[in-house]
Ligand binder design. Sequence first.
Ligand code: 5GP
Ligand code: MG
Ligand code: MG
Length: 183
Amino acid sequence: MDASDIDKDLTEILVTEEQILTRLREMAEEIERDYEGKDLLVVGVLKGAVMVMADLARSFSRHVEMDWMAVSSYGSGTKSSGVVRILKDLDTDISNRHVLIVEDIIDTGLTLTWLVSNLQSRKPASVEICTAFRKPDAAKMAVPVKYIGFDIPDEFVVGYGLDFAEKYRNLRCVATLAPHVYS
Ligand code: 5GP
Ligand code: MG
Ligand code: MG
């Protein structure tokens, strides 16, 4: 799907497909250097991180293992509450493993802060975070984010895995939604 197919629903393309893929290749190189000689388990957070995971993982010139988690964060409106429930747990025992969490976007960081402490309790060798997009509030996060694709403004965006009511995930770019879609 091209942005033009649904551009009546979008107001502005913030990050193009080309920009995303270029940045992910740079990040993959950095991650390869940092994990040289170590095994690496990348953990994607469903469903949003599916696109990031697919493109990041295929940018590696080394072997990585992939696993997935699905969590639900309860909150009113569009902000998460930090109260998190595991919908799908890892299939992998991560004790003594180097774990890299792959996220689509970090807004408040509450979901991810919870996830990191949950994974830490399983005694991995290390846990780091990689996110494609980060909003300004995430800078206040207690847990540092090691790999960041793009810092974006505090606006609700869709595309590249990010949804509004489960739509727009398959959009190749990241864009802001037109008000008529959600009002
Ligand atoms: P946090 O706990 O960091 O506030 O929330 C993170 C989750 O909220 C993300 O993984 C994503 O699912 C959702 N989210 C946060 N900001 C946006 C956004 O601008 N657009 C979309 N579609 N989802 C978002
Ligand atoms: Mg997510
Ligand atoms: Mg969503």
